[in-house]
Design a protein around this ligand. Structure first.
Ligand code: 3H9
Length: 649
């Protein structure tokens, strides 16, 4: 490591992201870079400086590393990606740590993710808090672990377990990490105390420096790579990163460590420049930005939600109740009759039992969830719930009646919600004496597979009520998007109408499905709808003067996706949805738009708005202007040479 690369002046001006102290013969390094201790440039500089001093100090016999705040390191600083490299880069720091001349121990609490776990892997010992999690989630950003993770992990825990962690991207709990050999111990309590105690033990017992890089990566199961190749082709079509992860792990068993590192670096750089990773990184930041609702101050207090009630007995009511139980929140289900309630509870039990059979959860976990769901036959039994959700009535008048009854029994701080996305929230609010407590929460179906929750704000919904349902979305494990009316349904209707016309014009159902699957959808978004029933009022191709014939896959996609983009531009302009990122998340999490394309509006920017605008004009010429008129916002962006995300093009 060239010392000249350490810009001391810069270091001195940097905020205190790290402190070094000496406890006896232990050099103690505490990282403190809120909110998640990401390995940003100032932290890398400070860490390298601290380590080099501790290496050179003869009074220091072992080094202990831990993090202040809520978590161990969450990875490289993703905000630096795509920008010019700032030295030292993370692999430099990790390799410098690997070469430490004295034992180094990392104590992990919270989560050790990505570059954070890679840094821990370069330490000679790792211990983890009992409730900590460790993972390499780079694949979800369209990347691979690029700071030695693909080379060290197989040396430590074997090839199959590494592929599982690196390609699956799901963090493992501390006890599993211990049984895998990923950590050397699990501790209760304070990370600092545990780190210092382990380092003192290393000195007392003269534990040798144990470099993972010097271990040998054994291929215990010779066919594991072939097995994974088939699995990836089946399950990860369209994605790039899982395939590159596989190649990087293969390098760990086929090449010496240093050569493997070079291969990892090359594959990482390739992925970093890929459109897939750019789109996935966009989705990552969008998922965080979405919680910052325009016009709602960030410090708006939320009401506590410790219990819920759901009114209804059909599939929606069941699914909503299950969402709460899955998030460990008690929920009461109210049905009109004992028979209806029995049928509803039977279906809920079936849901959890089939989850046990599929290995989704254990019998004990299923029982815990079931125990959280309480049946009720009278509104009075809902009096203690913090949020009461109407999820069943068909007509507006019936819904208004339910709201009036909920208003009578709900406690003063209660929130009243409907699960319908396209209902008039203000009309429901008017049925109560507290319109500020009324909101809509529209869960994408099925909620155990789709993460979208559209929170619909009415004209009189209180700021604290809206802040509460946004926060509740996160508690329920959802991506909560603020809207003024269901955008998911509106965009789906537009896309489905086009699909319906394509079928009428001669495209087959199989051609539609194939075109969407080639694009990256698991299935066409309208697959669950009976297309004959879609938009029955649509003009017929005869009426439009269109002849039946062969339709290309490009035209199928253009018409179904450009129609969505145009409709989204109308929704943005009308204020139904505030930001392009909201639309992207709605389509990714509500209708399986491939995340490696970043959502319809991110995708639109990649295609170029001029191209889309011209195509819309062409369809207008062919089919008339009723459904094919460019949205004024789209027209304006094209004139200004901008994209939805405001980059100049
Ligand atoms: C990597 O490590 C590459 C290496 O292999 C190789 C490099 C050469 N960087 O999610 P939250 C921000 S790739 C920068 O709401 P939570 C986030 O944007 C990385 N910022 O909290 C948000 O900011 P804001 C591999 C980051 O408690 C704030 O922190 N690691 C990063 O629900 C709070 O985030 C990952 O992929 C980051 N790495 O969840 C882990 N992480 O307040 C990504 C977070 O301004 N992170 N931020 O909106 C996570 O999964 C979650 O953030 C975590 C906390 C579980 C840690």
């Amino acid at each position: 490591m060239a010392r000249c690369a350490w810009r001391r002046a810069e270091l001195e001006m940097a905020p205190p992201v790290l402190t070094v102290a000496q406890h006896g013969a232990v050099g103690a390094v505490a990282l403190n870079n809120p909110p998640v201790n990401a390995l940003s440039h100032p932290l890398r500089l400070a860490l390298l400086d601290a380590l080099s001093n501790l290496y050179a100090d003869p009074a220091v016999q072992a080094i202990a590393v831990w993090c202040e705040g809520r978590t161990f390191i969450a990875g490289a600083d993703i905000r630096e990606f795509g920008k010019p490299a700032l030295l030292p880069d993370l692999p430099d720091v990790v390799e410098f740590l690997d070469r430490a001349p004295k034992p180094v121990v990392a104590a992990i609490h919270g989560t050790a993710l990505g570059g954070g776990l890679e840094l821990a892997l370069a330490c000679h010992f790792r211990i983890a808090a009992a409730d900590a999690k460790l993972g390499l989630p780079e694949v979800t950003l369209g990347l691979l672990p690029g700071a030695g993770g693909t080379q060290r992990l197989p040396r430590l825990i074997g090839v199959r377990a590494s592929l599982e962690m690196i390609i699956g991207g799901v963090p493992v709990p501390a006890h599993q990490a211990l049984s895998l050999g990923l950590v050397d111990g699990v501790f209760e309590g304070d990370a600092k105390a545990a780190a210092l105690a382990f380092a003192e033990r290393a000195i007392a017992e003269k534990l040798p420096v144990r470099r993972v890089s010097e271990l040998c990566a054994r291929l215990d199961e010779p066919l594991v790579f072939e097995e994974y190749e088939e699995k990836l082709a089946r399950e990860w079509r369209g994605f790039l990163a899982p395939f590159r992860c596989l190649r990087a792990v293969r390098a760990a068993v086929e090449l010496p460590f240093d050569e493997g590192l070079k291969r990892e670096r090359q594959l990482f750089s390739e992925l970093m420049a890929s459109s897939e990773s750019k789109a996935q990184r966009h989705a990552f930041f969008a998922e965080r930005e979405v919680a910052k609702v325009p016009g709602l101050p960030e410090n708006t207090p939320a009401r506590p939600v410790r219990s819920a009630a759901v009114v209804g007995e059909g599939a929606t009511a069941r699914e909503v109740a299950q969402c709460f139980a899955d998030a460990q929140l008690p929920v009461t289900v109210l049905a009109e009759t004992a028979d209806a309630l029995d049928r509803c509870l039977y279906a809920i039990r079936e849901h959890y039992t089939s989850g046990v059979a599929r290995g989704q959860w254990s019998r004990a976990e299923a029982d815990v969830r079931l125990a959280l769901i309480r049946p009720a036959l009278s509104y009075e039994e809902l009096a203690s719930a913090d949020i009461l959700i109407e999820a069943g009535a068909e007509e507006l008048d019936a819904k208004r009646e339910v709201f009036a009854r909920l208003d009578k029994v709900g406690k003063p701080s209660a929130i009243f919600a409907t699960s319908a996305g396209s209902v008039d929230v203000d009309a429901l609010a008017a049925a109560t004496r507290r319109p500020e407590a009324v909101v809509a929460m529209h869960f994408a179906s099925p909620p155990d597979r789709k993460k979208l929750l559209e929170n619909v704000r009415g004209g009189s919904t209180g700021a604290d009520v809206f802040a509460t349902v946004m926060k509740l979305g996160k508690t329920l494990g959802k991506v909560a998007v603020p809207v003024r009316g269901s955008v998911a349904e509106r965009l789906l209707a537009r896309s489905s109408r086009e699909a319906y016309l394509l079928l009428e014009e001669g495209a087959s159902r199989e051609e539609l499905d194939r075109a969407f699957q080639e694009f990256g959808f698991r299935q066409a978004p309208f697959a669950s709808l009976g297309l004959a029933a879609v938009d029955a009022g649509s003009p017929q191709p005869q009426e439009l003067g269109v002849r039946r014939g062969k339709i290309s896959a490009d035209e199928i996609l253009e018409r179904c996706i450009y129609a969505v983009i145009n409709e989204a531009a109308l929704a943005l302009e009308g204020g139904v949805v505030a930001r392009p990122l909201d639309v992207d998340l709605i389509w990714i999490h509500g209708h399986d738009f491939p995340v490696y394309r970043g959502g319809p509006l991110f995708f639109a920017d990649q295609v170029g708005l001029r191209t889309i605008y011209d195509a819309i004009l062409e369809y207008q010429r062919r089919f008339g202007g009723q459904h094919w008129s460019p949205a004024p916002l789209l027209e304006r962006l094209v004139e200004e040479g901008r994209g939805f995300y405001a980059q100049a093009r």
